[in-house]
Design a protein around this ligand. Sequence first.
Ligand SMILES: [Zn+2]
Length: 253
Amino acid sequence: MKVTFLGTGTSQGIPVIGSDHPVCMSTNLKDKRLRVSVLIEWDDFTYIIDCGPDFRQQMLTANCSRIDGIVFTHEHADHTAGLDDIRPFYFRQGDIPFYAHKRVLGELAKRFDYIFTTKDKYPGVPSVIQHEIKNESFSLGNLQVMPINGYHYKLQVFGFRFGDFAYLTDMKTVADEEVEKLKGVKVLVVNALREKEHMSHFNLKEALDFIDKVKPETAYLTHISHYLGFHDVVQQTLPENVYLAYDNLKIEL
Ligand SMILES: [Zn+2]
């Protein structure tokens, strides 16, 4: 399995528009963060998790010309606002499979009604195949994927375990029985916003405590704010099996 981090930034991305914060001014490419998404490839299958406002740019950078579907964690705009740009995939492949909680599918149908409607479609508008995810395993390609239920403040969010790889973002609370589902995972990706506490995201300490509970071989932090600091500085403070993810990082399992 090959995983590409398409984006690793929090909702505004880094740099933040108009900001003169030193991290936003950094010339290190590891301090440039698009909105979070990952590309997961195994055998002949290619899926992405989330489809934020940087989706087009991310697909071009990753040289990705075909996807088998998009899996959504939740409906917030930094995870869904790029939806119109599935058009090139739709033109080549036909209807694009979406996998999401029923509530998320409903929200997307409100925001992108022209995509979800089945009558009087404007020519060139893409179409999707909706797959509802419940908190039970579902198949993607030849793999059974296990959702991990958590909360982003009060909003339900799904993380996902693809065999030895798990990806959780926008988590603030995860019940013990959900953490159990992550036991034995080799690579864990989890969100870490900044050092200071936040109402709806793990801060760095909460992310490290979470990693300590799951005990993966290796962990990567994502959904990072400029307030966390410079990549190269923060990386030196982390335990030896924990890494700050950065855009275009590729890992193989
Ligand atoms: Zn987010």
